[in-house]
Design a protein around this ligand. Structure first.
Ligand SMILES: Nc1ncnc2c1ncn2[C@@H]1O[C@H](COP(=O)(O)OP(=O)(O)OP(=O)(O)O)[C@@H](O)[C@H]1O
Ligand SMILES: [Mg+2]
Length: 256
């Protein structure tokens, strides 16, 4: 009887192990599939930015065609600068789609932040938003790079939307700091903030206040639940603080 119980217990254990592995694999697939949705969200802005990059290049090229030596020099400089920015944006976007290895890597945070800013496809300054980045060059995090960039892109898009909805300029600040046992990445904005009764709800899949009215972008309510899933899978956590009407700060905590 005892051996039958032991055998049954071992079978249950094996089955549990199998289901856990299957669950982990499915969650990994889901996180990767979500990167396509993130890229879809930023595509509109990137197309807009490419238009902004290409239009002056074409205009200068036309002026240079007149043969004016000064204009030719300007046209070439402009083409080189614009072309470089376009390449950087493309690389950052492809970096979002890259499938990460299962094991997190130790990576410089400042670089991940720069690539995430590029992948949003639009300079915050173009919307009159002041961006401050305070991340030490030697600060590293343990993370899966594409997934962490997805988190940062989602938080940056939310911050940008919150500041734009409030109107009148505003600011976004990205800070990286060493904390006991890890690193904290904070994205602070001076946007509309979050009502206290919504502070738990915002993590629910499909919860959104972005209805697409008043010229506002429509939301699908998947950004923050995805961020929580990704950060949790890297042994980190994500938290929020907000004063309604004054702004919000999202903190991502990761192992160093
Ligand atoms: N920085 C922020 N400031 C104010 N409200 C925020 C901020 N970030 C998120 N929220 C609130 O949380 C809600 C859920 O955010 P989430 O990123 O999950 O979805 P979304 O931005 O509405 O849509 P999606 O990200 O799928 O396009 C938002 O609709 C908004 O009400
Ligand atoms: Mg969002």
């Amino acid at each position: 009887m005892t051996s039958v119980t032991a055998q049954r217990s071992s079978q249950i254990h094996e089955e549990l192990e199998r289901l856990t592995q299957e669950n982990d694999a499915l969650r990994r697939q889901l996180r990767h599939a979500q990167s396509l949705a993130t890229v879809g969200t930023v595509t509109g802005m990137i197309v807009h930015e490419f238009n902004n990059i290409l239009t002056p290049i074409i205009n200068y090229a036309h002026l240079a065609a007149s043969g004016d030596a000064e204009m030719v020099k300007k046209a070439i400089t402009r083409a080189a600068e614009g072309g470089q920015r376009a390449v950087d944006i493309c690389k950052a976007l492809l970096g979002l789609l890259h499938e990460d290895a299962a094991e997190p890597l130790t990576l410089p945070l400042a670089e991940l932040v720069q690539q995430s800013l590029l992948a949003t496809g639009r300079n915050l300054a173009k919307d009159g938003i002041t961006l401050t980045v305070d991340v030490a060059a030697d600060l590293t995090v343990r993370a899966r790079p594409s997934e962490l960039k997805q988190v940062l892109v989602n938080l940056l898009l939310n911050a940008r939307a919150a500041v734009r909805t409030k109107g009148m300029g505003g600011s976004v600040m990205i800070t990286g700091s060493r904390q006991a046992g890890g690193v904290r990445i904070s994205i602070e904005d001076s946007g509309i903030g979050i009502a206290p009764e919504l502070l738990e709800l915002i993590w629910e899949p499909l919860f959104t206040t972005k209805t697409g009215q008043d010229g506002q972008e429509r939301g699908s309510g998947l950004g923050l639940p995805l961020c929580r899933e990704i950060v949790g899978a890297m042994d980190g956590k994500i938290t929020v603080e907000s004063v309604q009407g004054q702004g919000a700060t999202f903190h991502v905590w990761l192992p160093e």
